[in-house]
Design a protein around this ligand. Structure first.
Ligand code: SAM
Length: 505
């Protein structure tokens, strides 16, 4: 949906600019007139040849006659008609020495200039009034929402955001910020087909502008990205093979094995290279969890919530298919996809298990590294699952948070703090809420002997974790967590944090 009010405003200011130019032109004409030579001097300065003299005389006579007749007409107007009282300022402009004809002409020009100046002033006032966005009445709101006037609501959303971004200058007198926010939340529900819970959540998290940008970004799919299976191919080679098949791909700078697909003449999930396990279709944000985990060859690693196995296969590739990788999930059904992916990508170091994460470390002892890609509300991947816009509630966040806090503690307890190569837990979710992310890390920091450590990502990739948010105050190290957003990085909403498990004496 395209903005219209901005366009209108642009046009209006253009018109005002034209008007100011017109006024300048009128003034210039007046100045020019003052400086123009009189008819007499013009004649005196006439350099044209003698043959034109008789013509000039005829013209002069005709002109004289015309002036005389105008003088007669002007004489018939009363002084009051010429200088009505409200035009005192115009009257002042006249000199007694000017002829009624000159006065009449000058009066007309000055009047025009005054009218234009007043119009321009009025236009500026209107624009200023428009910038001060007036809230619609309750009936207008209900009417627009009842008839599903999406365009009106979309325009209003943008106007409200503009007011909230410059509240002092733009708000309607007597209206509070809360009133604008309430209307924004109401309009967002209609415009983006989301529930009140989600509209409030994103306004709280990102502020009015960020919230609208976030919701808008969710209306479009994220770019298709693929990860090269480095056990079977190299990025450059695969890119060339795909290009030859009519796939328009490009390297992703911050990842060694990522490609972005701009468009394709063939189904990207059915090429011979795909079937041969040379790549996997995977959201680029998912790579960050595994980059953070930094698996090493010959380690013993647990992927606690593994299905459908995208990150499992990435971990296996970085382990160079050595050591032991346990890919676990509570859902037997979802584990079928892990089995399929592990086979297709030619991975042999992986054991697939079906435990509740709460069973670790009891069932398998300790690991060098553990990834907890936790079950979550999925509020970061709305563009992939629009149902999330209406289905989620405060209760879902509470339920997820409870499990997430339990699983992160089990993951920490499953790490060998004395590991020579590792001793790390990586926690990630595809949710944007603070409760499911920073709050879980802060909880783990309080409950276990762990510290947050930086993630080895290129500078500037991702946003810092939130430390002060609304009522929350987290440990300053939580800043080292990374966040990704659809409206900022054009990636799925994602959170990743790396913890080092300390030896407790
Ligand atoms: C976000 S998904 C994991 C995605 C996966 N890591 C990937 O990259 O393909 C979360 C997974 O956690 C699993 N899960 C939920 N509760 C669990 C629990 N208590 N223990 C183990 N797995 C659990 C779900 O079945 C789901 O497959």
């Amino acid at each position: 949906m395209k903005r219209t009010s901005q366009d209108n405003k642009m046009k209006k200011s253009d018109t005002t600019q034209d008007m100011v130019e017109d006024i300048k032109n009128v003034e210039t004409t007046e100045e020019l007139k003052e400086n123009l030579p009189t008819e007499n001097t013009k004649n005196n300065n006439n350099n044209e040849g003698e043959e034109h003299k008789s013509d000039e005389n005829v013209k002069e006579e005709e002109k004289h006659k015309r002036e005389e007749s105008v003088k007669e007409e002007v004489k018939e107007e009363s002084a009051e008609e010429l200088f009505p009282s409200e035009d005192e300022d115009i009257k002042d402009e006249f000199s007694d020495e000017e002829t009624p004809f000159e006065q009449s002409a000058k009066k007309t020009n000055l009047k025009e200039a005054k009218i234009k100046a007043e119009a321009a002033e009025e236009m500026q006032t209107n624009i200023a009034a428009e910038q001060r966005h007036t809230l619609p009445s309750g009936q207008e709101i209900i009417h627009a929402q009842e008839i599903g006037d999406v365009a009106t609501i979309g325009t209003r959303i943008r106007e409200i955001v503009a007011v909230l971004c410059d509240f002092k200058a733009r708000h309607e007198e007597g209206r509070s910020r809360q009133e604008y926010i309430a209307l924004l939340i109401q309009d967002m529900q209609t415009y983006y087909s989301c529930n009140e819970f989600l509209a409030k959540l994103v306004v709280d998290l990102f502020g009015p502008k960020g919230a609208v940008d976030f919701m808008e970004a969710n209306e479009a799919p994220r770019p298709v990205t693929i990860r090269v299976n480095t056990l079977k191919s190299r990025r450059r080679e695969l890119a060339q093979k795909l290009i030859n098949r009519g796939v328009n791909v490009d390297m992703i700078e911050w990842s060694k094995s990522g490609l972005v697909v701009y468009d394709s003449q063939v189904p990207i999930g059915a090429t011979p290279e795909y079937l041969a396990g040379q790549y996997i279709l995977q959201s680029s944000s998912s790579w960050v969890s595994v980059i953070a985990l930094a698996p090493q060859p010959n380690e013993k690693i647990l992927d606690m919530c593994a299905a459908p196995g995208g990150k499992t296969t990435h971990i296996a590739a970085l382990m160079k298919d050595t050591g032991i990788l346990v890919a676990n999930d509570i859902s037997k059904d979802r584990l079928k996809a892990v089995i399929g992916n592990v086979h297709r990508l030619g991975i042999t170091n992986t054991i697939i298990t079906n435990y509740d994460g709460h069973e670790f470390p009891k069932v398998m002892g300790q690991f060098d590294r553990v990834l907890v890609d936790a079950p979550c509300t999925g509020l970061g991947i709305i563009s992939r699952d629009a149902a999330v816009k209406l289905s989620k509630s405060e209760q879902d966040i509470k339920d997820c948070t409870r499990i997430q806090k339990e699983l992160i503690l089990h993951a920490i307890d499953s790490v060998n703090p004395k590991s020579k190569t590792g001793g790390y837990v990586v926690y990630s979710t595809c949710s944007i809420t603070v409760e499911e992310n920073e709050a879980v890390i802060d909880y783990a920091l309080k409950k276990r002997n762990v510290k947050v450590v930086p993630i080895a990502l290129q500078d500037g990739v991702g946003e810092d974790g939130y430390v002060n948010h609304r009522q929350y105050r987290f440990h300053p190290s939580v800043k080292m967590a990374k966040r990704f957003f659809p409206h900022i990085q054009n990636m799925d909403g994602f959170f990743v944090c790396k913890l080092k498990v300390n030896v407790t004496h």
